[in-house]
Design a binder for this molecule. Structure first.
Ligand code: AMP
Length: 332
């Protein structure tokens, strides 16, 4: 049996090129390697921990599914499903809550950042977010989780909880949970176009380049992206964080390493580099955007894929949750 791999994307705001270079691009590569059984889900339960408009949520959920399909996730090879349609995620989260120390959750940098950003809505869901994430992974016996760097701390908690559960509730010699490992992409942390010291993030749309942006929007955003002092295209994250970020984007879309990008633009200035970068992004996103437009005209096909994914995910987790409940004495 091939090892299981799982990952999700939240339906909150639009998907940006940080999600693409840090996660989606790798999802497609890993799926096509044929080495894993892949599960990709829409993390809608996670997304309601932040401020949101209920009237937009369903559209955003479908949008993530469209992104998966348009970028190359193949529903014949991978399982695509919606988190909230599999109630076992929430059920296991509750069980894991009972072995999660509050102190571990208080240390989470994402919780601290988000609490700072939405001071009026520091809810318990935001606090327990990493426990739900651990449930998402452990429920499927996933050995691998492709994520961006921002999720490494959460993944470490999932590993800790797996170990803790296994030793607290032993079932013969067999361990209930697998300890998952992260798989990082080549660009595990893309920074904002407006502030190279902050991660590109849906919650700060002013610094994002979105996958659905039109060629004009892409050209404008790249033109306006902050740069560093000087004129040379040099990759140096400390001294030239803004240009280094743009080099990373160029590398991510062209398969060139940062050094190769540097060499290619040796004689060029910021303006020339930015122009070529914008052209490259426009061209690279075109097939995705065309495919997405076509798919968005086939709502019943999309619903069929979601239903097929729900059935497959349900089949996988049904025996697992029974096994877990037995281990903790809730079932005979
Ligand atoms: P989210 O939008 O928080 O659901 O994130 C979906 C995936 O994209 C996760 O694997 C994140 O780690 C990854 N991701 C989000 N923002 C970035 C970024 N700025 N750079 C690289 N990866 C990212």
């Amino acid at each position: 049996m091939k090892p299981i791999l799982i990952s999700g994307i939240q339906p909150s705001g639009e998907t940006h090129i940080g999600n693409y270079l840090g996660a989606l691009k790798n999802f497609v590569y890993l799926q096509n390697s044929g080495r894993y059984q892949c599960y990709f889900f829409v993390a809608d339960l996670h997304s309601i921990t932040e401020n949101y408009d209920p009237a937009q949520k369903y559209r955003q959920i479908i949008d993530v599914v469209l992104n998966y399909l348009a970028i190359g996730i193949n529903p014949e090879k991978s399982v695509i499903f919606i988190q909230s349609q599999i109630p076992e995620h929430s059920e296991l989260m509750w069980i894991l809550n009972t072995i999660t120390p509050m102190g571990e959750l208080k240390r989470m940098t994402q919780f601290k950042d988000k609490s700072e950003r939405q001071k009026e809505n520091v809810n318990a869901g935001l606090f327990n977010y990493p426990v739900l994430q651990a449930a998402d992974i452990l429920l499927y016996d996933a050995e691998f989780v492709p994520v961006g760097e921002d999720q490494l701390q959460h993944l470490e908690l999932a590993r800790t909880l797996a170990r803790k559960f296994n030793s607290k509730f032993p079932v013969g010699r067999k361990k209930i949970f697998v300890e998952p490992k992260p798989l990082l992409a080549e660009v595990p942390k893309l920074m904002s176009l407006s502030d190279p010291y902050k991660k590109m993030s849906k919650s700060m749309p002013e610094g994002c380049l979105f996958m659905d942006d039109s060629p004009d929007e892409i050209r404008n955003k790249i033109k306006k992206a902050v740069t560093d002092s000087g004129t040379e295209i040099i990759y140096d994250s400390e001294k030239k964080p803004a240009i280094s970020n743009l080099i990373r984007i160029y590398g991510g879309f062209s398969k060139l390493s940062p050094k190769e990008v540097e060499k290619k633009f040796k004689e060029k200035n910021y303006g020339q580099f930015k122009k070529e970068l914008a052209d490259l992004i426009v061209e690279s996103l075109k097939p995705f955007q065309v495919k997405k437009k076509l798919l968005s005209k086939k709502p019943s096909y999309i619903l069929k894929i979601i239903e097929k994914g729900r059935k497959k995910a349900e089949k996988k987790v049904n025996p697992k949750i029974k096994q877990i409940k037995k281990a903790i004495g809730l079932e005979k």
